[in-house]
Structures are given as structure tokens and as C-alpha cells.
Design a protein around this ligand. Structure first.
Ligand SMILES: Nc1ncnc2c1ncn2[C@@H]1O[C@H](COP(=O)(O)OP(=O)(O)OP(=O)(O)O)[C@@H](O)[C@H]1O
Ligand SMILES: [Mg+2]
Length: 218
């Protein structure tokens, strides 16, 4: 479902990945670890084709980085949910509006939006907060809004960049429990993390980025 073939990624004179190969299958639960600045966020960006490799190719679903056109990228992203560390919520919209926004932009039918938003907010345990403003939420609640927004389009792949980076252990456990449930329903989860507690709480495949390549940690 995701394949990196001989990928080279360069920023200026800095080589982040070189001849890197990797396959991730449907429904996998994957952690991506490695030192700060090693390329974890860049790896996620390659998957949603926010950046393209300097050499080699990245294939995701039916799309190939070497042939994709910019107007295909929104279609690719419909099958990918993305959770950013800093939430990126719209501060002047309610929780429900933040989640609904992700549906509007994909052209969902109006009558589908309300029920879908309610369902996904229930899934992340935020039904009671649907009319709250982001500024009135805790960090863990904001992150759950960001996850609801990533899930509302029923993605095949969920990407999360250090989703527990700013959260206390209890909030982190809640977030990981949501990813676990989502994965059990068949969504592949790919989580960049520094939080080794996660790997113990919910074991999964661990890919380490090192020496400009990927290594399975077993
Ligand atoms: N747009 C960019 N332009 C130039 N250099 C970049 C760009 N994006 C990333 N880099 C560099 O590429 C390297 C990998 O960055 P990346 O953000 O992927 O690392 P990371 O593993 O996610 O780090 P962290 O754990 O701190 O989040 C870093 O050295 C970074 O400075
Ligand atoms: Mg990063």
C-alpha cells in the first residue's frame, strides 16, 4: 500500500534519505522513531506527497510520486488522515465546525456532515464538547479534535506526527487507545514518536530512521 523505492530526499546540501526502501501493508500499526532532525516528519510528508523525493519513488495506494500531477494530490489525501503535533485547529470555530470543515473541503453531501461529525466526536469521547471553542479545551482534548478531523473522511491511512508530544501520560494513553481502535477497524496507523512508553503500551512494527535509511527494529 505504501512503498518507498530507492528514495533519496535532499534539502539543499543535506541528504535526509538515500537509497531508502520500505513497504507498509494495509492495516499495519507502525511507529517511526529516530533522533531529532533525522527525517521522521519528512517521511510522513513524503507519504502525503507534501514533498516529493529527489530520486526514486514513493507509491501510496494507486499514486506514484514520479508521475503524480498536482491536481491528483487532493484525491490521494482523501484516503489519508493527518494529525499534526500542534493541532492546527481553527480557533474561531467550534469543535464540531473544525471537524465538519474537513468534510466540506472534500465536497461531502450536506446532510451527511452532521451525522458524520457526531459519530467521530463520539468515537474520540468529545460528544459533550461539540460546541466548545478550541481555546477552552485541554491539550489532550485539542489533540482528540485533531484526530476526529483526521478520521472523519474514513481514511485508509492515519498519519500522526508526535501526537503525544505535549501531553501528560493519561492524555497520551487516551490518544493511543483511539489509534488502537481505529487500527482494529482496518486503518493503517503510522505514528512518528519520541514517546517510548507508547511502544510498550501498544506494541507495533517499529521503523527506525538512521544513516539515511529505514531499519525494522525487532
Ligand atoms: N523544508 C525544509 N527545508 C530545508 N531543510 C529541511 C526542511 N524540512 C526539513 N529539513 C531538514 O531535514 C532534516 C529532517 O527534518 P525532519 O523535520 O523530518 O526531522 P524529524 O525527525 O521530524 O525531527 P524532530 O524529531 O525534531 O521532529 C532536518 O535536518 C531538517 O532541518
Ligand atoms: Mg518531526
Amino acid at each position: 500500500m505504501i512503498e518507498f523505492h530507492n528514495v533519496r530526499l535532499v534539502f539543499g546540501d543535506q541528504v535526509v534519505l538515500d537509497r531508502a526502501n520500505l513497504k507498509i501493508s494495509e492495516g499495519e500499526f507502525v511507529y517511526v522513531i529516530g533522533e531529532t532532525g533525522i527525517g521522521k516528519s519528512s517521511f510522513l510528508r513524503l507519504i502525503y506527497m507534501d514533498i516529493l523525493p529527489s530520486f526514486g519513488r514513493v507509491r501510496v495506494g494507486g499514486y506514484d510520486s514520479s508521475t503524480i500531477r498536482s491536481y491528483h494530490i487532493p484525491y490521494l489525501r482523501r484516503s489519508i488522515g493527518i494529525v499534526f503535533q500542534d493541532f492546527l485547529l481553527l480557533e474561531d470555530r467550534t469543535v464540531a465546525e473544525n471537524v465538519a470543515f474537513a468534510l466540506y473541503v472534500t465536497g461531502a453531501k450536506k446532510q451527511m456532515i452532521g451525522p458524520k461529525v457526531a459519530k467521530v466526536l463520539a468515537e474520540v469521547g468529545l460528544s459533550a464538547k461539540e460546541n466548545a471553542m478550541p481555546g477552552d479545551l485541554s491539550g489532550g482534548e485539542k489533540q482528540r479534535v485533531a484526530i476526529a478531523r483526521a478520521l472523519v473522511n474514513d481514511p485508509v491511512i492515519l498519519l500522526a506526527d508526535e501526537p503525544t508530544g505535549n501531553l501528560d501520560p493519561a492524555a497520551s494513553r487516551d490518544i493511543l487507545a483511539i489509534f488502537d481502535r481505529v487500527n482494529r477497524r482496518g486503518t493503517a496507523c503510522i505514528i512518528a514518536t519520541h514517546d517510548y512508553g507508547m511502544l510498550v503500551q501498544r506494541p507495533g512494527r517499529v521503523i527506525k530512521i538512521q544513516n539515511r535509511n529505514f531499519y525494522d527494529v525487532v
